[in-house]
Design a protein around this ligand. Structure first.
Ligand code: PEP
Ligand code: MG
Length: 748
């Protein structure tokens, strides 16, 4: 069978190559291709449909159907069997097309007389480009070999479409990658940016799809795989300074290389007439199709790894896209499918903006982008396909919108928005050294969240009174191995130096859930957010926690130290964690090391259970900080990482506010200092409502301090409290609207 397959598709590809080599415009090429496919497959009809726009397919060439219907017949995505092939990215092979579900009669093409139908999606790396169809009068199902041959042809067509081989001269200007494109995604970090695209991993263009000599191609493939193997081994050995991302790639490499199937399939593709790079890409495309439709999160993650691996292989084969020596454009905006924290930190603040095709709000890249205050849009579907290096790009991190190659009107409107933001920023900086004192005379303490040394300059610039949350896990996340105590202690010491008189609340390691350390054995948990994370890991494996506590104590020597434990769900966990701190203190004392001048120990309230902890807990704990991001996800049972549900429930709903009021009341009774450090603290309306119900300390991203302070200084908390009380009494679900109505009456 392999022999037959080989002859089918090799012959076909050979003819295709000859046809493409001849002169002629795009239409002539398409016509030639349909003709020779119909002849080779011995079918009456062969047609090529290409996308006109995202929703419309157009018959672009046909052998056998009415020639006048070319460029006239159009189908919506999902319409008829052709539309279905495109919509579902699925092959349809039927001996009786008219009785097939979804069949649509097209009189202009005379289609009804054809019984057999084989439709193959034309796509490149998951991007839908069109459909290739053969039809015949004879009632027959196309064989697996015929199917394979046409799949290979469809892939060649996809490459050619991408390369613009089917465009007429006049069409060149309307070609892809020239037009303005608006892409919608999700906010990863607010802010706006204008600049030029820098592709983290530029797309590889495969120009030689069909190859003459399978032996040469097979040798090329094997040599490239060897190079890949060596480079991945080097990464593993740390010779290339490999970070966690690269280790993951290695894992993927192992998995796919050892699956044998991958190599075998590529060898088979080469036997059938493809070049080595086309074979790599064909398998990449097919795996994307298979895995992209999978509901299994693990498999989908592997897809990303396979992508990395295939891209590396393509780069080795083509010599393209290794960016060494290339210069970043002016005002670079990084565009990538995804990026690891190490790579992102290397770019650092040189980036104006970041747009990711994948990524998630809580991903490491997002955490770092936030720490560096670089506007970030995630889930920007299609950006890596649409963008070319150097393209003009505008990133609206507030709305999660990306304008690629914007026209003049869009550019002008966007620049107006940026100018307005700059004015607002200036206004905020005017009150930088003034307190967040409300009109009714209540002072709210505003602190900032941080996690990198790079954040510390914001302490001065933002007007924050201290660091209310220092996420220590970032130091663990951006490395490829467990940091040492001495490294950590030096870093914490520098943080305290930079903060000077201002207080820094260090949160102990909060890993697990979305924050995975690549150098720790992965835990396959069904619900990681509810799983083995934060203090649970710390208490079960106290080695790391002890090392970190020692590092903190040594850094603070002679200074004030404030530490809080994340994700405490019950009193006993706090007691156990505090006992670790006591032991660490005792050890330091015994060793004769200088101790901190003062030590405050607190807990994060991130699980509803802790709000109902016994009174002793509230009396015992040094302070509490509400981790609103987690608390809210557990209160509403809505995953903070899941785009489908994460915005579904409002922080300003009366039940959530009542819940917070309960916590505030308990802390008042026990005299426990309380603050709120989730993302919501940085949203001005939310912050105003929190203050109105009695919260006196908020910790937020540095960029939010200005807007929050601006609003707080103009409002009367009593008025807002009255609105909240009334909503609660009247059984309203949410206070947002009436509070916003009140704010409209305030002179902002
Ligand atoms: C929170 O949960 O609100 C919080 C501040 O912690 P993190 O976002 O790091 O989980
Ligand atoms: Mg949390």
């Amino acid at each position: 069978m392999a022999q037959k397959r080989e002859s089918e598709s090799r012959k076909l590809l050979g003819r295709l190559r000859d046809a493409m080599a001849e002169d002629g415009d795009g239409q002539e090429r398409l016509d030639k291709i349909t003709r020779l496919i119909a002849r080779s497959m011995q079918t009456e009809v062969c047609s090529i449909y290409l996308f006109r726009d995202a929703e419309t397919l157009e018959l672009c060439a046909t052998e056998g159907l009415n020639a006048e219907s070319v460029h006239q017949t159009r189908l919506r995505l999902g319409e008829g069997l052709v539309g279905l092939v495109a919509k579902k990215s699925k092959i349809i092979n039927t001996a009786d097309a008219p009785s097939e579900h979804g069949f649509r009669f097209m009189p202009e093409t005379g289609e009804e007389i054809y019984s057999s139908f084989l439709g193959i999606p034309i796509q490149r790396l998951g991007e839908k480009l069109g459909v290739l169809v053969v039809q015949s009068k004879a009632v027959r199902l196309f064989s697996a070999d015929e199917l394979y041959a046409l799949e290979v042809v469809a892939m060649v067509l996809a490459e050619m479409t991408e390369l613009g081989a089917f465009l007429g001269e006049g069409e060149a200007l309307s070609a892809r990658h020239q037009q303005p494109v608006l892409l919608r995604g999700t906010t990863g970090q607010e802010g706006t940016a204008e600049g030029h695209v820098w592709l983290h991993e530029p797309r590889v263009v495969v120009t030689n799809v069909i190859a003459e000599d399978p032996d040469t191609e097979s040798t090329r493939l094997n040599e490239a795989v060897d190079v890949l193997r060596v480079s991945v081994d080097k990464l593993l050995a740390g010779a290339a300074g490999g970070d966690g991302e690269q280790l993951q790639v290695l894992e993927a490499y192992r998995m796919f290389a050892n699956s044998k199937g991958w190599m075998r399939r590529m060898e088979e593709d080469i036997e059938n007439g493809l070049s080595a790079e086309a074979a790599v890409e064909k398998e990449q495309t097919q795996a994307r199709r298979r895995l992209g439709q999978s509901n299994d999160a693990y498999l989908r993650e592997r897809l990303q790894d396979l992508d990395d691996l295939s891209n590396r292989l393509l780069r080795i084969l083509t010599g393209q896209g290794t960016q060494t020596g290339a210069d970043l454009p002016v005002d670079p905006v990084l565009v990538a499918r995804n990026i690891g924290p190490g790579d992102l930190l290397e770019y650092g603040r040189s980036l104006k903006g970041i747009v990711l095709e994948a990524g998630s709000v809580g991903s490491h890249a997002a955490i770092i982008a936030r720490a560096l205050a670089i506007p970030l849009v995630v889930h920007s579907e299609g950006i890596t396909r649409e963008a070319l290096n150097g393209d003009h790009i505008m990133v609206d991190g507030d709305q999660g919108i990306v304008h690629l190659r914007p026209d003049d009107t869009v550019s002008a409107a966007f620049r107006d928005k940026m100018a307005m933001q700059a004015v607002a920023q200036e206004r905020y900086s005017a009150t930088r050294d003034k307190p967040a004192m409300t009109k009714c005379g209540i002072k709210i303490d505003l602190h900032m969240n941080a996690g990198l040394m790079a954040d510390l300059p914001s302490l001065e610039g933002s007007g924050a009174e201290g660091v209310g949350l220092f996420r220590t896990e970032l130091q663990f996340l951006v490395r490829n191995k467990m940091p040492q105590r001495s490294e950590l202690s030096a870093l914490y010491s520098r943080v305290l130096d930079a903060a000077g008189e201002k207080r820094v609340v260090f949160r102990t390691l909060d890993i697990g859930s979305d924050k995975v350390l690549t150098y720790m054995k992965p835990n396959d948990e069904p619900n990681p957010a509810l799983g083995w994370r934060a203090i649970r890991v710390g208490l079960d494996k106290p080695g790391v926690m002890r090392m970190q506590l020692q590092a903190l104590l040594r850094a603070a020597a002679g200074r004030d130290l404030t530490v809080m434990f994340p994700f405490v769900a019950q009193y006993s966990e706090y007691v156990a964690a505090k006992a670790e701190m006591d032991k660490a203190m005792e050890r330091e004392r015994r060793l004769g090391h200088p101790l901190p001048k003062t030590l405050k120990i607190g807990a994060m309230l991130e699980t509803p259970s802790l709000a109902f902890a016994p009174q002793e807990f509230f009396e015992d704990v040094g302070f509490l900080s509400i981790g609103g991001n987690d608390l809210k996800q557990f209160f509403f049972a809505a995953d903070r990482e899941n785009e489908r549900v994460r915005r579904r429930y409002d922080t300003l709903s009366t039940p959530f506010l009542s819940f917070l009021q309960n916590i505030i009341a308990r802390c008042e009774t026990s005299g426990t200092p309380l603050s709120f450090c989730g993302e919501d603290a940085g949203r001005p309306i939310e912050a105003a409502c929190f203050a109105a119900i009695g919260m006196r300390s908020l910790s937020m991203r540095p960029a939010s301090i200005g807007p929050v302070k601006h609003l707080l200084r103009r409002i009367d908390l009593g008025e807002i409290r009255k609105i909240i009380d009334a909503c609660q009494e009247n059984g309203e679900q949410n206070v947002r609207k009436p509070v916003m109505d009140y704010l409209k009456t305030v002179n902002l």
